[in-house]
Design a binder for this molecule. Structure first.
Ligand SMILES: [Zn+2]
Length: 315
């Protein structure tokens, strides 16, 4: 049985089953059909058939309208190619949102359109990569990042499928080694990445305005109201302690900013409590890195987490 929105393999091109219809030809345009030069203005983005002020009723209608716009624009001058690509990107973004007229978004249709965009722009184009990935994965990176919807590592660092093995959780935390403890989500992923995938780099990425870190900084011991969050954030208690000691007189935002980075270092330190991680770090088979994504100012900071092991001598 296939629920509404499943993809029919026989249909090809990822056509949706009844209820959705086939996705329109928004991305199937021929770029070579450029004809005589036509000046492009902002007005050119609106076709007479579909005035900007006229609300669109559904995704198919919107896509048809966008196709008309695209067809008009491909007749533009070569000098306007950049403008054309920017326009298409904007139209695709609007199309993906599926609610330009303010209508409630159909989540199933949204997922279908998202996958179709990926399949058209990546899966069908980079066949060498995806054929290779059918036989296995050889990521060089393991990434531990926050679950925050704004900080997707693949998006901000340009990872392609197969590049990075990832774990995402609240406040990008790595618990210390604890054999047989609970349900070891992070630990099991770490073990697989290090022992079997043999990743060469492990990077923990913190980020600005992290809700988990704010809860860690501002919630007093025993004052939490959630079922799971406060107990999970206990992993970051050492970072909280350092923050209170070194930045406790600052306002909450500054404390959070400090703790967002300090918690990364706590997780990096915790990584070394795993014997097989420590062994590979000492043997220089694995490197540890900290990262910090500030989407407020649009920056990404990365640093090495150097571990120097000195052998003591006793005379
Ligand atoms: Zn976060």
């Amino acid at each position: 049985m296939c629920l509404r929105g499943c993809y029919d393999k026989k249909a090809g091109g990822g056509s949706l089953l009844p209820g959705q219809g086939s996705l329109p030809r928004l991305w199937g345009r021929k770029k070579s059909s450029v004809s005589e030069p036509v000046a492009i203005t902002s007005e050119a983005l609106t076709t007479p058939e579909t005035p900007a002020s006229e609300p669109l009723r559904n995704a198919d209608e919107m896509a048809a309208s966008l196709n008309q716009k695209v067809d008009a624009l491909v007749k533009a001058s070569p000098e306007s190619a950049k403008k054309l690509e920017e326009t298409i990107a904007a139209l695709e973004k609007t199309y993906l949102s599926g609610n330009a007229a303010g209508a409630p978004e159909d989540p199933i249709a949204r997922l279908g359109r998202g996958f179709q965009t990926f399949k058209t722009n990546h899966y069908n184009k980079d066949t060498a990569l995806f054929d290779k990935l059918k036989t296995g994965q050889w990521p060089k990176y393991m990434v531990i990042a926050c679950s925050d919807s704004r900080v997707d590592p693949a998006t901000i660092l340009g990872f392609q499928p197969g590049d990075a093995f990832m774990v995402r959780n609240v406040a990008n935390m790595v618990p210390a080694w604890e054999p047989k403890g609970g349900y070891p989500s992070v630990s099991s992923a770490l073990e697989y990445a290090v022992k079997h995938l043999k990743v060469e780099h492990i990077i923990v990425i913190g980020h600005r305005l992290c809700g988990g870190i704010k809860a860690l900084v501002t919630t007093e011991e025993g004052q939490g109201s959630h079922d799971f969050i406060e107990s999970w954030l206990e992993i970051g208690k050492p970072a909280r302690a350092v923050t209170k000691a070194l930045a406790g007189s600052d306002d909450v935002d500054e404390q959070c900013k400090f703790c967002e980075k300090e918690s990364v270092n706590v997780s990096l330190t915790n990584l070394l409590s795993y014997p097989w991680v420590k062994e590979k770090v000492i043997g220089k088979k694995v490197s540890l890195h900290g990262g910090f994504y500030d989407f407020v100012e649009g920056s990404f900071q990365v640093w090495d987490f150097d571990v120097t092991i000195s052998h003591s001598k006793k005379y």
